[in-house]
Design a protein around this ligand. Sequence first.
Ligand SMILES: NC(=O)c1ccc[n+]([C@@H]2O[C@H](COP(=O)([O-])OP(=O)(O)OC[C@H]3O[C@@H](n4cnc5c(N)ncnc54)[C@H](O)[C@@H]3O)[C@@H](O)[C@H]2O)c1
Length: 400
Amino acid sequence: MSARSAAAVALIERCRKRTAIVGIIGLGYVGLPLALRFAEVGIRVIGFDIDETKATAINAGRSYFIHISSTAVAAAKSQGFEATTDFSRTREADALIICVPTPLNPSREPDLSFVINTTESLIPHLRSGQLVSLESTTYPGTTEEELKPRLERRGFKVGEDIFLCFSPEREDPGNPNFTTRTIPKVCGGSTASCLEVGLELYRQAVDTVVPVSSTQAAELTKLLENIHRAVNIGLVNEMKIIADRMGIDIHEVIRAAATKPFGFVPYFPGPGLGGHCIPIDPFYLTWKARQYGVHTRFIELAGEINSNMPHWVVGKVVDALNERRKSVKGSRILVLGIAYKKNVDDMRESPSVELIELLVAKGARVDYSDPHVPAFPKMRKHQFDLKSVTVNAENPTILC
Ligand SMILES: NC(=O)c1ccc[n+]([C@@H]2O[C@H](COP(=O)([O-])OP(=O)(O)OC[C@H]3O[C@@H](n4cnc5c(N)ncnc54)[C@H](O)[C@@H]3O)[C@@H](O)[C@H]2O)c1
């Protein structure tokens, strides 16, 4: 047990009694459910976002995600949950949890600008006795190398008058089998006192908290989880290509293999990787590993296979049309589903979008149908003037 400062003792006590105020910064797919969960256990939550429309929706008791009900937001609001774009109010919070995006830049290197901008906007308002917990997925060393020096530059001693943790989010939007409460939460502290404060906070909202010895271990834990998935999806995508060439149904094979009660975890092939996490996070480690002279070969190989899948699907479409004496050019093609996975409206990195791009480039007349995405949204890299069509016999010549 570390010698706790008076500030640590007071903050732990406020967490334990649930009188601590929690500030959630970034009210997206990760931040909003976390805010709702803290509110559910009776903790007062203030949400912060640079996107005014999100703050307005929350203050009106409205959800902006299809997988989160407005009833849940309204219930949290009645527990005191409110949202604002005024960062001076971060001073009111005892714990500040950062859930902002961590994308890749155009060179596919980590883009920490959201994390750094958020930290910089907190700095003027920080006060002694606060916990700062980073949840955004990132490479090992971010918390110590990017956040800690910024807090210390303000004159705070991390572990004595201000506390710093990394606790990765494990949200699986749209999956009804797991909730923020039931998903165990890993937490690493910058010091032993930081860890104690972090664990006490998260213990209020989450059934199982899993301490690790450092923020770096917590950061790498999240990357291992996502790299494990990216690599295994790459493997099963390669198996799909082999099975297809051999005329074997890969899904039958996976179902049969999954009856093995030990040593096998089923992964499923698809048209590529999507979402904010799996196509992106592994490359945070690739970038950092280079500083240590290590080449992340599994990550690169899985990335190569997975990113080639939309091209493989296009090849199958070409073959199917060819069978019918048709070319892609001029054919009407309906893409079923453009969100990156079922039952969500999240289009980030969706391979369906790349598929549309490739087919349009070949001259196809493409439509899509996705009840969760009524109109093709404005995206950073893609722009299509399309609306979801209703599936019926009139519409497509080909379904993929
Ligand atoms: N989506 C998931 O399923 C998931 C799961 C686990 C981890 N993560 C990680 O969690 C982090 C957040 O992901 P997300 O999916 O919630 O992103 P998101 O884009 O849904 O939400 C991020 C929010 O942060 C806000 N924001 C951006 N800059 C800000 C700033 N300077 N100050 C305040 N708010 C700001 C945005 O307006 C947005 O509302 C990422 O690091 C991601 O890798 C995501």
